[in-house]
Design a protein around this ligand. Structure first.
Ligand code: F6R
Length: 615
């Protein structure tokens, strides 16, 4: 949430910062702003709305050129999305500019203190106090990095800050607590950003900043310290994807590109994890096997789409390992005082690796002695750093706010973990594990086949553009798929959409069914638990009898559903537990097309942002 960029080097800071903000706009698009140091002054511009508004303003009133600058794209927390509340925030003398991601929880007390000392505040934000505190600290110390360390000692909450001071024209200073910040290492130039995507066009070398660290960038190097000024270890790493991965590549939206990338993402997530004999080798899961063997409970914590991946994982974990598995919304987890101990294995699933709710949940779990395994898509992000081990999904950068390819790869990673536990604990025979792995290995091809048959789904979506409600039903692993289908539709098409367990219908939701109401039904394979299949066929008949327009997702050859399907979407035959890898795809395409037909912004749905770094 909120994207931050900083630059010092030989190029036009404004150009570098604006290009970086374009790549970070997925993190927030309520307002955008920049500040550059030029001629011993801070020159800044900021505008409510998307980055394009700022760009227009800069054409009308260009900033002087400079080679040190910062920028911000905002997801509003304190104060509405107005020009005044946009970042950067600047002190009264106009010497310091600061941008911020996070929430400063004690800002009200600091604000009162500062106004009592004669500072004038112009915005409603929590961030503005930092500009004033930095200005005060700088006036007595004359060193921006030192001033930042001092100010950080006074702040509570989550804050990643990047600042410049007119008296230090070749310096950018950043500080990190809880929200992400990465340094890009160039040749005679350095970058700071919330995400490597902001500077990937310039360098593929990066330095991760740790919790409670301050970094000072100069043209000739970087210095990283803790908040007390002690030098910290600096670990440079190579970013293993290039700028093209973060571009639309000919697609109208990132979401379309990311949906299309799913076969590769699924295959990449399996890569290197299966040995020549067809068994699993999860070397990176550096949790001692004795700990995994002793685990008597698995708890999965995640949010949104990642939570739905967790709900599906529960079926596989319990079926393959016979360990009880709970799945919990990360935002609720620590507040209900969950029962955790050294025999609990917690799995934290997160695409971004920065979701604050999930981070807080895993911290709570570790405090109680549980072992935490992260499933994450973002190298070096906070959640894997704070976990005992990580299994990375290899989806590549996911830019569209609505998660698609990350979800499928989270499922693959969950299946791998479940099988690995089964392998270690001996609850699955080697040949059984190899059989599932063989199925998983061909799934990427099946996802490809689903994608090739999506035109009727798009056509159907367009025909439903004026509907107010769509319901989704599923049983077994199809239930979380229904929840995911509904979430995608809510967030992209802004329609009322709900997912239900089909068996729950008769306990209330069936009252919602009315003439021509579209209801999507995810049908389990008739070859799995046939009783499940038969029950859902009855459910389809029940809703159809009450007027629903049934949209049925069923596997090839399942003819029992044909008489009751107003629209039939075929998916390839897959093992019961793996079906979500193919049944989710039509729902993603459906939501994307419906949103487009309604004229919505697919990649940047209203009110949302990717990477939710506030609780
Ligand atoms: C929905 C979506 C969100 C995220 C959720 C968790 O399409 O993208 O619901 O899944 O905010 O984000 P991560 O996985 O980054 O922790």
């Amino acid at each position: 949430m909120c994207g931050i960029v900083g630059y010092v080097g030989g190029q036009s800071a404004l150009d570098v910062v604006i290009a970086g903000l374009k790549r970070l706009e997925y993190r927030g698009y309520d307002s955008a702003g920049v500040a550059v140091l030029a001629d011993g002054q801070v020159a800044s511009a900021k505008k409510a709305g998307k980055l394009v508004n700022l760009e227009k303003a800069l054409v009308e009133r260009p900033l002087p050129s400079g080679t040190t600058g910062i920028g911000h794209t905002r997801w509003a927390t304190h104060g509405g999305p107005t020009d005044i509340n946009a970042h950067p925030h600047i002190d009264n003398a106009g010497r310091v500019a600061v941008v911020h991601n996070g929430i400063i929880e004690n800002f009200a007390a600091l604000r009162t203190e500062l106004t009592d000392r004669g500072h004038d505040m112009s915005s409603e934000t929590d961030t503005e106090v930092v500009a004033h505190l930095l200005a005060e600290a700088f006036s007595s110390r004359g060193d921006l990095a030192e001033s930042m360390r001092q100010v950080c000692g006074r702040l509570e909450g989550a804050f990643t800050l990047v600042a410049v001071h007119a008296d230090e024209p070749d310096v950018v200073v950043g500080a990190r607590r809880n929200s992400p910040l990465v340094v890009g290492v160039g040749d005679g130039e350095f970058f700071l950003a919330s995400d490597v995507a902001a500077f990937i066009a310039h360098t593929r070398s990066a330095i991760e900043l740790g919790q409670d660290q301050v970094v000072e960038l100069r043209r000739d190097g970087v210095r990283v310290t803790d908040f007390d000024g002690a030098d910290a270890d600096v670990r440079e790493y190579h970013i293993d994807w290039d700028a093209s991965a973060a571009e639309k590549g000919g697609y109208d939206y990132f979401m379309l590109k990311e949906i299309a990338e799913q076969p590769k993402a699924v295959a990449d997530t399996l890569l290197g994890r299966i040995n020549a004999e067809g068994s699993l080798t999860l070397d990176e899961v550096r949790i001692p096997p004795r700990v995994l063997r002793a685990a008597d409970k698995v708890v999965i914590v995640a949010c949104g789409t990642a939570f739905h991946a967790g709900l599906i994982a529960k079926y596989a974990i319990e079926h393959w390992t016979r360990i009880p598995c709970e799945v919990e919304l990360a935002s609720e987890f620590r507040y209900r005082d969950p029962i955790l101990n050294t025999r609990t294995l917690v799995i934290a699933i997160s695409q971004s690796g920065e979701t604050m709710d999930t981070l807080m949940a895993l911290r709570h779990a570790r405090d109680q002695g549980a072992t935490v395994l992260a499933i994450c898509n973002t190298n070096g992000s906070t959640i894997p750093r704070e976990s005992d081990a990580v299994l990375y999904t290899h989806a590549g950068p996911e830019v569209a706010v609505a998660s698609t390819k990350a979800f499928l790869t989270q499922l693959v990673a969950c299946y791998l973990v479940a099988l690995y536990l089964g392998q270690l604990r001996g609850t699955k025979y080697g040949d059984e594990i190899r059989a599932v792995i063989r199925e998983l290995s061909r799934i990427s091809h099946e996802v490809e086949r689903v994608l090739e048959t999506m035109e009727p789904v798009r056509e159907l979506a367009r025909s439903l553009a004026d509907k107010r409600t769509v319901l989704f039903l599923g049983r077994h692993v199809g239930h979380p798929v229904a929840l995911e289908g509904a979430l995608k539709l809510k967030e992209l098409a802004y329609m009322h959409a709900e997912g239900f367990a089909a068996g729950e219908l008769k306990h209330g939701p069936i009252a919602l069914i009315e003439e021509d109401l579209p209801v999507v039904v995810v049908v389990p394979s008739p070859r799995g638990r046939s009783v499940l299949h038969d029950k859902i066929v009855s459910n389809i008949q029940e809703i159809r009898a009450r007027g629903a327009r049934t949209i049925v997702i069923a596997e090839e050859g399942d003819d029992a559903v044909v008489p009751y399907a107003d629209h039939l979407i075929r998916i390839p035959v897959t093992p019961t537990l793996l079906q979500p890898l193919v049944s989710t795809v039509p729902l993603q395409v459906f939501a994307c097309e419906l949103a487009t037909a309604r004229g919505n912004e697919v990649d940047q749905p209203r009110n949302l942002a990717k990477s939710v770094t506030v609780e």
